[in-house]
Structure formats: C-alpha cells, structure tokens
Design a protein around this ligand. Structure first.
Ligand SMILES: *[C@@H]1O[C@H](CO)[C@@H](O)[C@H](O)[C@H]1NC(C)=O
Ligand SMILES: *[C@@H]1O[C@H](CO)[C@@H](O)[C@H](O)[C@H]1NC(C)=O
Length: 425
C-alpha cells in the first residue's frame, strides 16, 4: 500500500474508491502506518486481501444515496460574526481527532458523505458524522469553529488557527504534517502577522491575540497505534519518544510568548473497533467491558507520562497555565456506562463493514462502496472504527468542559479572559 500520484477524485466511482483506500492510509497515519498495515496483512485471510483489490472497482456510494439528518443545522463557521476582534483565540495542533478540514485541503481529498451527515449535513473534511470535541469547545466559548490553516477559501483566522491534520504524528517525520511541521507553520503564521502589523496592516490576530491565545495540543494517538503490535514493554519504552516532541512544542510556544496551554491525553485505544477487530488467539485480554486491556494500559501509561511532563513544565513556567485533560477516563466511562448515555453498541462502528460485533474491516472502510452504515438516529460511540460520532463527541465535550478531568482543575472558559497564572485549585 504505497502512495502514488495524488488522486483528485474526478467523480468516477473508481477514483472515489481509490481515494477511500488512500484515505485510510492517511487516517491511520502516513509513513508509520505502513508498518501497522503490513502487520495486519499478515493476519488477513487471502480472500480479504483479494476483496480489497476488488474494492477499487466497486461502486461508490454517492452523496445522493446517503441519508442526511432532516433537521436544519447551521455551520457555526458561517459569516455571522462581527468585525470586532475575537476575545477568544485558539491555536490547535493535532491529528484527525481535531482536524476540521486540514487534511482534505492539504491533500486535495474528496471526503464525501456519510462524513458530516448529521450536524453539518455535508462533508466538511472532518472524519466524523458531525462535530468534533474541538468544535464543541469553540461553541462553549461562543466562538466559531476553527478554520484549518491550509484551507485557502472561506477561512477566517480571527479566532485562531487549526493546524491539526489527520494522520499526524507527534514524532517528527512520522507523517507529512507531524507536530514539528505544525509548529513551524504556526511560527511562520506568527512571524508573518508581526511583519504585517509592523507595516501598519491589519491581521486576523494581533500581538495581544497571540499573547492571550489558548494553545491546544491533541496528538500522539497515531504514534501509539503504530507501536501497538509490539510487545507491551517495548511499546512502553517508546512513550518517552512520543512525549518529547509534545514537550518541545510547549517549550517552543512558550519561548514565543504562549502562556495558556490546553493539552489532551489519548483515549481508550483498546475499545476502538479497529483495534478490537485485529485477529487474536483468544479473548483473555478483553476486560469486563470487552475492551483490550493491554492497549488501554498503554493509553493510560501514555497519559500518565504526558501529565507528568506537563507537571514538570508547570514548575518551570510559573507564569504559564498548563492544563492536562485525561480523555481516557472520559472515553472509557462512555463505554463502561454506555447504557446511561443511551448507547446500545459501544464497541461497534456505525460506518464500516462486517456487522456485529465490531462492523470493521480494514479493507472495506467507511466511504467505500461496501460500507455498512448504521441508522442516522442510532446512538453509536464509534463512527468509522477509529473516530467518534457527534453523539460521543458531544458527551465527551460536556464532561471535558466541567474541568473535573483536568489537572489543574480549570475550565477552559476561565482561561479565555485570565491574565494571571492559575494555580492548582
Ligand atoms: C460508571 O459510572 C459510575 C457512576 O457515575 C462511576 O462511579 C464509574 O467510575 C463509571 N465507570 C467508569 C469506568 O468510568
Ligand atoms: C471574556 O470577556 C469578554 C469581554 O469582557 C466577555 O464578553 C466574554 O464573555 C468573556 N468570556 C468568557 C469565556 O468568560
């Protein structure tokens, strides 16, 4: 599965299916993913591998054939904003979990329905049926959804910039838009803004905007995923190399005036249909909720280390606020207590192939011609085997916004107007 020339979706079903296959390549992660794909292939029955090749020629489900939500829904990105400078500025760095259209813009990918089918009722480049956690965060701060840095048309950077790109790794060189590249894009954007301001021109974000901005980082999931096929101890040994570039980014941003940091940990990797559908010898690794114990232990270890690094930085950067939020606890609760949230099948992808228990097939993914799609009203946690649904993201965001899962216990809203550093409370 190598990446050839860029397909730009001429509208034919063949190219659409190719893009879908290409997409899974980017979704997982770029270069590092190849390792995992090869590892998965080893376990793939020959028939499945043949089906994958056959998939190139199968009809693609076009926009008209996919049900979209009936209710009217506005895109908060629309033009109903005032000319005044936004009091809220967020610079976000990450992967598909917070990519609001960057990968689609950067790669020229046609991300089609059913992506975006619920809230936006059209594909937006997000890998979900609706909004992402970052979208709900923006809404809670009464600010529009973030525009992707690389989206040339219709972007508005007055309330910040989203540098997140699907498939990105924290590890430099692990993907085309790894965290170091996103960081340099930010530094370029900042330098360019200051240049223009110096000439007396207007920029979307002024000096005060950069100084007061919230710098959000949500990355590392793809790095971890690429190592999960290794023995547990070896995966644990890789964690510091994933944390180091995140730590370096915080330090670099701080050196360039950033003082408010919002850092997300990783989720319950062992509860993702994509991971659960990897063939296993027996179910001895499954916990009481049907999730993979070892993968979740890796996720918890990563979060522990990231939280620890944030703590060390907090001690060194006394005039900064560095908030770490443990998304594992929130996402695992969603699975464990799913009935309380009105969710029936917590471990099954809404959009995939193969039906229960996981509805996931690496070679017949969401957006491919053979996808099996859940009912639009069905409450699923998982969207495509890897990414979560609008329903799940809204529940996660509501918990995240309480501040109860954050260290120190701070609500993101309280960061917006704060001028003094926060301390543990
Ligand atoms: C499930 O909910 C109960 C009650 O709120 C809570 O005590 C428990 O920790 C939750 N389980 C998980 C795994 O989060
Ligand atoms: C921040 O301050 C502005 C101006 O005083 C106010 O309109 C806004 O609601 C505040 N935002 C938050 C999240 O508190």
């Amino acid at each position: 599965m190598t990446s050839g020339g860029l397909m730009n979706g001429g509208g034919s079903s063949v190219s659409a299916a190719k893009i879908s296959l290409r997409l899974q390549y980017y979704v997982l992660l770029a270069a590092v993913a190849a390792v995992l794909v090869v590892a998965c292939l080893k376990y793939m029955p020959a028939a499945a591998a043949v089906a994958a090749v056959g998939g190139y020629g199968t009809a693609f489900v076009g926009a008209g054939q996919v049900a979209v939500a009936g209710r009217a829904a506005g895109d908060a990105c629309s033009d109903d904003r005032t000319a005044a400078r936004s009091p809220v500025v967020i610079f976000n760095f990450g992967d598909s979990n917070s990519d609001t259209g960057g990968m689609a813009a950067a790669k020229g990918l046609n991300i089609n329905l059913p992506e975006g089918r619920t809230y936006f009722r059209r594909p937006t480049g997000r890998l979900s049926d609706g909004r992402l956690v970052i979208d709900f965060i923006c809404e809670s701060l009464n600010t529009p959804h973030l525009s992707p840095y690389l989206k040339a048309l219709g972007s508005d950077f007055r309330n910040g910039v989203n540098f997140a790109i699907g498939g990105s790794t924290a590890t430099p060189g692990g993907s085309p838009f790894s965290l170091d590249v996103q960081l340099h894009q930010f530094l370029y954007f900042r330098t360019r803004s200051f240049e223009l301001l110096h000439k007396g021109e207007r920029t979307p974000i002024d000096h005060e905007g950069f100084r007061n901005a919230i710098y959000a980082i949500d990355i590392g999931h793809n790095d971890l995923s690429a190592y999960l096929h290794l023995p547990y101890d070896q995966v644990l040994a890789k964690i510091p190399s994933i944390i180091a570039p995140i730590k370096f980014s915080i330090e670099t941003l701080y050196a360039h005036g950033a003082r408010k940091f919002w850092i997300h940990g990783t989720g319950a990797l062992g509860c993702l249909p994509q991971k659960l559908s990897i063939p296993r010898d027996d179910d001895s690794d499954l916990d009481a909720n049907g999730c993979l114990t070892t993968y979740n232990a890796v996720a918890k270890a990563f979060n522990g280390k990231l939280s620890e690094s944030c703590g060390l930085l907090r001690n060194r950067m006394a005039d900064a606020t560095i908030v770490f939020t443990d998304l594992f606890a929130i996402k695992y609760d969603l699975v464990a207590n799913h009935t309380r949230y009105g969710i029936e099948k917590p471990l099954m992808a809404c959009c995939g192939n193969g039906g229960p228990p996981y509805n996931y097939n690496h070679f017949k993914m969401c957006m491919s011609g053979e996808m099996q799609l859940c009912d639009i009203d069905a409450r699923f946690i998982n969207w495509d085997g890897v990414h979560l649904t609008e329903v799940a993201n809204s529940i996660i965001a509501s918990k995240l916004l309480t501040g109860d899962y954050s260290k120190p216990r701070i609500r993101i809203a309280s960061l917006v107007n704060s001028t003094k550093p926060h301390h543990d409370g």
